[in-house]
Design a binder for this molecule. Structure first.
Ligand SMILES: Cc1cc2nc3c(=O)[nH]c(=O)nc-3n(C[C@H](O)[C@H](O)[C@H](O)COP(=O)(O)OP(=O)(O)OC[C@H]3O[C@@H](n4cnc5c(N)ncnc54)[C@H](O)[C@@H]3O)c2cc1C
Length: 408
């Protein structure tokens, strides 16, 4: 087990500084433009691919950092640069993790490289779980996957929504119902290969924030994929379904709402994104408060402003510590008995919303304009309390543990 320490090691510091340089020199200067354009920042993703940030290797290296701090540190720095662009860069990684977690070695080797493409021809991937009537309540999912034994193909029908990179992805990972009797236990994940007939993009959403990240519906109409596209393979699925049916027959545990079963260990990564946005806004506010003069002195000389900055900084550090704790627990296989992953995501995302709003206040009229970045950061921050489980769902999960109920 890696020893707990509050300090990053030399290698981590080097990676952090390198990422910070990319975030400061490449991402941040492009942020306002891509926010206005509301388009995927392909040239920035390409730059990230050139230097090795947009790649499975990089993601895997951080993912397998034995201290657990690789991913949160990377997320914080990239999202410090800009949340919309950073989500365009890491969105593929979120889909790739779905394959890494459930796929066979062959599936990992075949599909993950196609998710990223290469520096000369970058591609993106999408993870599609949410549906119009199945957001927090994942168990209400309706997209169906039916096995056509004669052809060894799966046929998918349904509408996914809110998919980051949905429709523009080279590879889509789609969660679908294979046995409606089993609730969320009857779900399975499928790879939808490039150019599969029957997969199309529905509406692209015009959003409040993270506008450089593409979010759209994905429509599946008799989309046929080879049997080999079922993640984990048919044998494993059949075994899993048989076990679930046995338990259901024995009147065993009720099939639970899958929103609560969302992988507790992935939540700190979203918390780290929120810490990045909060820190970015705080730094702009601090700098402004030191230089802006009113009544003959910098506004930070007013205790009202200085105390606000002190609270902002304290909340950000507290959020980071919760994120680091949960990340360390995940990598060391510690059970999340108090829903520590949810705690980190809840606190960090609420902090980002609060701190970015306070930053606008400290910048006064300037904070309210697009001449300064805090207005964008505030719009961006609103996503953290919504995706990957809303704040209410995080509270629900934490509350379940307090009541002595299992997380899953
Ligand atoms: C920009 C963006 C990107 C996204 N990217 C992806 C993606 O790549 N892939 C993907 O699959 N999904 C994605 N999502 C979907 C996201 O995860 C869902 O929006 C989220 O899970 C909430 O679902 P919903 O929007 O249907 O809200 P609902 O579930 O309808 O919730 C509405 C409100 O009711 C509250 N609520 C619901 N149930 C309860 C309860 N039991 N107790 C208390 N309050 C409750 C919620 O907290 C919320 O405030 C994305 C969403 C956005 C906005």
């Amino acid at each position: 087990m890696a020893e707990f320490t509050m300090e990053l090691n030399d290698e981590q510091k080097e990676v952090r500084d390198w990422l910070h340089g990319f975030a400061a020199d490449v991402i941040r200067p492009a942020a306002a433009e891509w926010d206005e354009r509301e388009e995927t920042p392909w040239p920035v993703i390409q730059e990230a691919a050139k230097v090795g940030i947009y790649s499975l290797d990089f993601y895997a290296q951080q993912y397998f950092d034995p201290t657990g701090l690789g991913i949160p540190m990377a997320m914080e720095e990239l999202f410090w640069g800009d949340a919309g662009i950073a989500l365009s860069i890491v969105g593929t990684g979120l889909a790739a993790v779905g394959v890494l977690a459930n796929g066979t070695e062959e599936q990992i080797g075949t599909w993950i490289p196609q998710m990223y493409g290469d520096a000369g021809d970058v591609k993106v991937a999408a993870f599609c779980s949410s549906e119009p009537d199945a957001g927090s309540d994942v168990a209400s999912m309706r997209t169906r996957a039916v096995y056509d034994e004669a052809k060894d193909e799966w046929v998918l029908n349904g509408t996914k929504t809110w998919a980051t990179n949905g429709g523009i992805a080279n590879v889509h990972v789609v969660v679908a119902v294979v046995d409606p009797e089993l609730g969320s236990k009857g779900h399975a994940s499928f790879i939808i290969p490039p150019n599969t007939p029957g997969l199309s993009q529905g509406q692209k959403f015009k959003k409040h924030g993270i506008r450089a990240s593409h979010t759209a519906e994905v429509v599946l109409e008799d989309a046929r994929v080879p049997g080999s596209c079922l993640l984990g393979g048919k044998e494993k699925l059949d075994e899993r379904l048989a076990r679930a049916r046995e338990r259901a027959k024995a009147g065993g545990e009720r099939v639970k709402n899958a929103a609560m079963a969302t992988f507790e260990a992935s939540r700190p990564a979203v918390g780290a994104m929120a810490v990045g946005t909060a820190r970015a806004a705080y730094e702009v506010a601090l700098d402004y408060a030191r230089t802006r003069e009113q009544f003959g002195r910098p506004i930070i000389d007013n205790q009202g402003v200085a105390f606000q900055l002190a609270d902002m900084r304290t909340s950000i550090d507290a959020a980071r510590l919760l994120v680091w704790r949960a990340s360390w627990m995940a990598v060391n296989g510690k059970p999340f008995t108090a829903a520590e992953g949810s705690m980190s995501k809840l606190f960090a995302s609420e902090t980002a919303k609060k701190v970015t709003a306070e930053a606008i206040q400290i910048l006064g009229g300037n904070g309210y304009t697009r001449e300064y970045p805090v207005e964008r950061m505030h719009r961006d921050a609103a996503i953290y309390t919504i995706f990957e489980g809303t704040s209410e769902i995080q509270r629900l999960v934490i509350a379940r543990t307090l009541a002595g109920m299992p997380i899953r």
